[in-house]
Every structure is written in C-alpha cells, then in structure tokens.
Design a protein around this ligand. Structure first.
Ligand code: GLU
Length: 484
C-alpha cells in the first residue's frame, strides 16, 4: 500500500503549534514510508475567511522544511487542493447519500430551528436537530425546491447503537451513537459542504491512507465512519495526536502569546530548534537522544511511540534547545542571523559586529534577548556603584577608585588600539603594581560596561568601544566613585 498522509488546515491566519506538530508527524510518516504528503486547505467555512491566511500556511511549512508532494500551489493528481475550489465535487455524494437513506433534504429555516431548540431547552432537554424533514415525500421535496425554499442536506444519523473503531494512539474507541452523532448538515444553504463532510469526501478522493489530526476529533470520528460506510468506502487508519499544552491545565493561547509559530519566530527562536523540540512533545524516541535534524527524525520517528497524554510544551526546554542550536551553528550563519538584532540596539554606533558575534554566540539563548544584552555598548547604563564591590575580586569602591586611577594613564598611553595591546599593557601594569588581576579588571569592566554580566571581558569591551569611549566611561566611573 502506498502511504498517503495529509495536513488539512483551515486558514485562520495563524499556524498553531499543535498544527505544526500535526503537519510534522504526517510529513515524517509519509517520508519514512516513501509515501506522499499532501497539503489540503479546508476553507469551506467562508465566514471565517482571512486574507493572506493560506500564505501563512505555505510559508510556515516551507520554513519548517515540511515540503508537500501535492498541494494547492503545485497541483497533483487529486487537485484542486483547496476545498472552496472543489465546491461542485461534494453535492453528488450528498445526493447519493440521500438516495440510500443516509441523508435527507432539510428545509427548516434558522428561525424555525431556533424556536424548537428553545422549547426543548426550556423543558430541560438538550437540542439536537429533530429529524423534522426526514420524512418529507419526494413530491413535497420537489414542491419546496420549486418554491425556492432554501435547503440543506443533513446526515441521517443513527439514534441508537454504538460505533467502535481503532486508533493507532488511543486504541479501541467506542462511542454511543445517540451521544456522538447528530443530523449534521453536509451541504449548506449556499451549496458549500460543511467542514465535516468535505473532510471525508476529500480524504477518500485524495487516497489518504493515514489520517493524522488532533485528538479533539476522536469523538467526531464515528460520524466520519458512518459516512465512509454509507458511501461504501474504506475507512482510513486513524492516528489522533495528543493536545499540545502549556502545562497540565493550560492550553497554549493567543492571549499568552505562546500558541502560534509566528510568536516563536518573532522572539527569535530557530525553526530547527522548534521542530526538534516539537517532535518530542508527544513522541519519544525510546532513547535518551534529544537532538534530531529533520532527516534524522524521518529515520527515528515511530507512531507506536506517540503518547496518549497531552504533550507539555515547555518554553524553557525550547529555549535550552535553541541555545544549543545557536552554539552549534556555524559562525558565519550566526553573524548573519544576529545582525538585525544587533542593529536594534547598535545601528550606527560603529561596533564591530563580527567580533561581538564571536563573544555573543555562546551566550545567546534566543535572539530577541540580544539587543538588551548588547545595549550597553551603545550607551553606558546608569549603574549603581555597589557594582564595584565584589568579595571574590577583593574590590570595593575605594579599591576600585585607586585601581582605575592607576590604569587610566596606561590605557591612554596605548598606541594601536588592539585587543592584544590592551591586554598586554594592562596585564603588565597590574603585575608591576603587584595587584590581583580581578582587583583591576573587575572595576574596569564595570566602569566601561555599567553591568556585572557582559559578553566578553574588559579587554574585548574596551576594544569594541574604542579608546575614546573607553576613557570617557572610565572618567564617568571615577567621578561616581569620587562622590562616594
Ligand atoms: N481542517 C481541520 C483543522 O484545521 C483539520 C482536521 C483534520 O485534519 O481532519 O482543524
């Protein structure tokens, strides 16, 4: 059997992380079975149409390296791959279901349904469409149609019995038909299929063998199976995926800014790190191994190791992955990626980016934190002179003042302002004065950076700032210390 999986997003304008993970697993499964990965856009809910939303889907999948073999932009043997462009495909199947008694025309207006719903609910019941139109005769139907009354086609759902099916992840599932099914609309008044109907028709017509989707669809699956069976079609293999959660009780959400792929890109996470981590949210390789490229995931992935329990997406863990990916990144690529983030704090300040990049690469966890980490190079922060006091370095304000006064003329006398020169002259002077390194280098770094944590030490920072700025900052430090 030729494996065919699909990713079938509805274009909402955003790619939820859970969706990215569904796409990833469907991609991995197809690739490892030399099958096909299909992209289908489920946009029959035109009310929810969002401009540019399909581009968000394409761009995200491409960024992630999840290349599809058939899809709206590249076509394929089962196209078109956008449901709204397949509008005419669905009605004949709905009509076939009407003929076989599995569906029926419904002429109830919204208002009529609303009225009956209110009555049922007022009496304490739960509303379900009441099969009001199920028994219309062919003549009545023809007359209503001729009179121009808008109609829908509804599924004639069983009201008793149960439906069982097997899910690869969740095992044997059984649902009571009375609870899990209703006479859902298949074709809407505007002629469009509903999402639930089009999904089944297209999965069949597109030859999908393995349906991977979020576990929120577990309870909808009996309806789909009812339709497959009624149409005489083979039911695909189901692989429902556990929800991606922030923690045991919270979903990822738009409000908390952690739900969408774009949220993470804006914060400066790397796609490779995100994909690597996301693969492990809901699946484990059965070993301690944590690092996987996409091709390595194709090798290692195993649907038998998908967990049932919700996958906890831990941002700290992602950040850790991200830092590791950055550390392992080639220097040149890091420089290219970090440059726009340097620019946010340092544009036009004449700071040497390649050198700064060398100092920053090890310390970068996510790119969005870079500007604040390097901002001190653009402008000396207003710091507290408490920073000069450091037990281990054996410095306090008085020691710092004396040592900075000692080192200032040494720095001023340096000819070629290179890191080597700065290093050699300063170390010489420290040795000559019989001081501990820290007692000079600590206050020097505080004076020129204004902060306790910096990328690089005193020599690197002094070089990056240039001689003039280094001396200017030293003088500011001395002035602060003189006042103390
Ligand atoms: N269009 C559905 C969604 O975006 C996909 C469901 C499925 O994969 O069957 O949630």
């Amino acid at each position: 059997m030729q494996v065919r999986t699909r990713f079938a997003p509805s274009p909402t304008g955003f790619m939820h992380l859970g969706g990215v993970r569904t796409a990833l697993y469907a991609y991995l499964y197809a690739r490892q079975h030399n099958g096909s990965f299909i992209l289908r856009i489920e946009d029959t809910d035109q009310e929810r149409y969002v401009e540019g939303a399909t581009e968000v889907i394409y761009d995200t999948l491409r960024d992630c390296g999840l290349n599809w073999d058939e899809g709206p932009d590249i076509g394929g043997p089962c196209g078109p791959y956008i449901q709204s462009e397949r509008k005419d495909t669905y009605l004949p199947y709905a009509e076939q279901l009407v003929k076989s008694g599995h569906a029926y025309y419904c002429f109830c207006s919204k208002e009529e349904i609303e009225e009956r719903r209110e009555k049922v609910e007022a009496a304490g019941g739960t509303w379900k469409y009441d099969k009001h139109c199920l028994h219309l005769s062919p003549e009545e139907i023809a007359a209503k149609k001729a009179a121009g009354i808008p109609w829908t086609i509804r599924m004639n759902a069983p009201t008793e019995g149960e439906t069982s099916y097997h899910d690869v992840v969740f095992g044997d599932m059984t649902f009571q038909n009375a609870e899990s099914m209703d006479d859902m609309v298949l074709i809407k008044q505007d002629g469009m299929p509903t999402y639930n109907f089009a999904n089944v028709i297209d999965d069949h017509l597109m030859g999908i063998t393995h349906v991977m989707r979020g576990m929120e669809y577990l309870s909808s699956t009996p309806r789909y199976n009812y339709l497959y069976t009624a149409l005489g079609w083979e039911i695909p293999t189901y692989i429902h995926l556990p929800t991606v959660m922030r923690d045991a009780t919270h979903k990822l959400s738009k409000r908390s800014g952690d739900a969408y792929y774009s949220d993470y890109m804006e914060k400066g996470y790397l796609t490779e790190a995100l994909i690597n981590y996301l693969a492990l949210v809901g699946w484990n390789p059965g070993t301690d191994r944590e690092f996987f490229t996409l091709p390595e995931l194709v090798e290692a992935f195993d649907v038998a190791r998908i967990n049932k329990a919700p996958g906890i997406f831990d941002v700290d863990k992602l950040t850790w992955f991200n830092a590791e990916y950055i550390r392992r990144m080639d220097k040149q690529r890091y420089l290219e990626m970090v440059t726009p983030w340097f620019d946010k704090a340092l544009a036009g300040k004449g700071i040497d980016y390649p050198r700064l990049a060398e100092l920053m690469q090890e310390r970068t966890e996510i790119f969005s934190r870079v500007p604040e980490m390097v901002a001190f190079l653009a402008e000396l922060p207003d710091y507290d002179i408490e920073l000069y006091t450091h037990k281990k370095m054996k410095t306090d304000a008085a020691v710092s003042k004396a040592n900075l006064e000692m080192i200032r003329p040494v720095l001023e006398a340096i000819g070629p302002w290179t890191e080597q020169e700065i290093h050699d002259r300063v170390m010489e002077a420290i040795a000559a004065a019989g001081l501990k390194n820290g007692a000079v280098l600590w206050p020097l770094r505080i004076a020129i950076s204004g902060q306790a944590n910096t990328p690089g030490g005193a020599f690197e920072i002094a070089w990056l700032l240039g001689k003039e700025e280094t001396l200017r900052r030293l003088d500011i430090g001395l002035k602060k210390l003189a006042k103390s």
